[in-house]
Ligand binder design. Structure first.
Ligand SMILES: Nc1ncnc2c1ncn2[C@@H]1O[C@H](COP(=O)(O)OP(=O)(O)O)[C@@H](O)[C@H]1O
Ligand SMILES: [Mg+2]
Length: 253
């Protein structure tokens, strides 16, 4: 009898904390990619922007732990990470051989490959996609190099509008300190050395980052990313990001 009772007694409902992300309408900035059913993209796309050393990797690593701990599958994308052209792009940059437009199109190809083969399929499968930089860095860098804003906006019309974009704002002087403490060197391209702003790499880094920041501010009026004060502690920044992402997941943002 007790055995039969066990079989027939109603089971306790499984208790779980997994919040199913609320559906949000997705759209492309412009012409987008053909053949994509936007209504089927049930995941969330969160982009974290900011200069070298602004703390993007640090914050994304924590967000991944937090999101996965709460039952959300995540995937990460970033610049120069496509399987299609990332190695070739790296090589081309080492040799400094491409014209500005060709280099720009190389980066756009790297982005398009990840969009088509990682971002869109992952969103279709309900993943939270964390983008370590998105089209805005690419546009800002190109705008500093004198490329036409309208042309760039059109080029990146293929991009999907993220559910949230956070820009980690840190003063250039602090960026130098952090980057140097981490890598013991500054990066040639992140210092804008190709622009001939200064022979001194530190000086060039400061000038270049200020120019990029200026372009980010211009783009902000069109793309409306949230500016996060990146000078605070890692924990403080992360709490703010979590709060904001929680609203995104609940479809309130
Ligand atoms: N809020 C912060 N305050 C102080 N140092 C930080 C903070 N966030 C990150 N860092 C440190 O700054 C360096 C660069 O951070 P990282 O996350 O690699 O930046 P990014 O990916 O944007 O280049 C690392 O050594 C990291 O530990
Ligand atoms: Mg990083």
């Amino acid at each position: 009898m007790p055995a039969r009772n066990r079989k027939t007694s109603p089971r306790k409902p499984l208790h779980c904390n997994i919040a199913v992300p609320a559906l949000s309408t997705k759209r492309f900035y412009g012409h987008g990619l053909p053949g994509v059913d936007l209504n089927r993209l049930t995941g969330k796309l969160i982009a974290v922007e900011g200069a070298d050393g602004s703390g993007r990797s640090t914050q994304i690593a924590r967000l991944v732990q937090w999101l996965e701990g709460n039952g959300h599958a995540t995937i990460q994308v970033g610049l120069k990470r496509s399987t299609l052209v990332s190695e070739e792009l790296e090589k081309a940059q080492e040799g400094n051989i491409l014209s500005r437009i060709t280099l720009s199109l190389f980066y756009a190809t790297d982005f398009a490959d990840q969009l088509e083969n990682i971002i869109l399929p992952a969103l279709k499968a309900g993943f939270v996609v964390l983008a370590d930089r998105y089209i805005y860095t690419l546009m800002a860098r190109d705008m500093v190099r004198g490329m036409d804003e309208g042309w760039l906006k059109n080029l990146y019309g293929i991009a999907l509008v993220p559910d949230a974009v956070f820009y980690l704002n840190v003063a250039p002087e602090q960026l130098v300190q952090r980057t140097f403490a981490k890598n013991f060197a500054l990066d040639y391209w992140e210092s804008g050395m190709d622009l001939g702003l200064s022979r001194d790499m530190f000086d060039s880094f400061l000038r270049y980052q200020a120019l990029v920041e200026e372009q980010f501010k211009r783009l902000q009026s069109t793309y409306r990313f949230e500016i996060i004060d990146g000078r605070r502690s890692v924990d403080e920044i992360n709490s703010e990001l979590r709060r904001k992402i929680e609203s995104v997941m609940a479809g309130k943002a």
